[in-house]
Design a binder for this molecule. Sequence first.
Ligand code: ADP
Length: 231
Amino acid sequence: IEQTAYQNDKLAMLGKISAAIAHEIRNPLTTIRGFIQLLRPHLVQLGKDEYARIILAEIDRANDIIFEFLNSSKPTAPQMVVVSVYSLLKEVVLLTESEGHMKGCEINLLLSEDANMNVSIDVKQIKQVLLNIIKNALDAIEEVKCDHSGVINITAKPEGKYVNISIQDNGNGIDKTLLAHLFDPFFTTKEKGTGLGLSVSYRIVRNHKGTISVDSIKGAGTIFEIWLPMV
Ligand code: ADP
């Protein structure tokens, strides 16, 4: 699925708008956050700590959205370093395991430590891609697996001049007719989604001279595959 010039324009415009407003919204949010934290002991005394917790969580969510919008605006040149695919995936699993655990979902890395594959990547950017995909998988699992049977399997294998990384979940899946829109900026099926995660991921992978694809079966699960040039 090719990202069109139209999609890129959308991202560029979004960038200009978000850079202009982010600053003006972030500063007051930081102030609000600080004062709520100062007030927190008083709220605890009143037995209303829950209020503080909700306010802080909502401020953080607003901040995350601003961050996501800002991030999608800046197609920064990748800072390449050579890393082992195993250590990259291991770290991503470590970062997501506890959230997975909270949602009753197992996150498995099906790759042995001595798998000898290296890629030259901007670690921060590719990590962001993998975290976006895993977060989506957790959302998809949360929709259907209330019985703690959610599974995300992550693996990698060499494929020609590329390393193929796959992330498979047994979440709600998505209708075949919608698959072509997944990488469109602002395409979302979530009440609180931004629809930016995958369009940004797409751009990052393409900037790495790689490819990303998705396949899904409604009601059964989804698989994302990423190909990155092997070192
Ligand atoms: P957001 O998560 O904010 O909606 P994304 O660009 O990350 O934005 O994802 C776009 C849409 O793709 C999601 O709203 C969802 O419908 C679909 N999607 C992405 N990953 C999955 C998945 N693992 N299973 C099912 N649907 C998915």
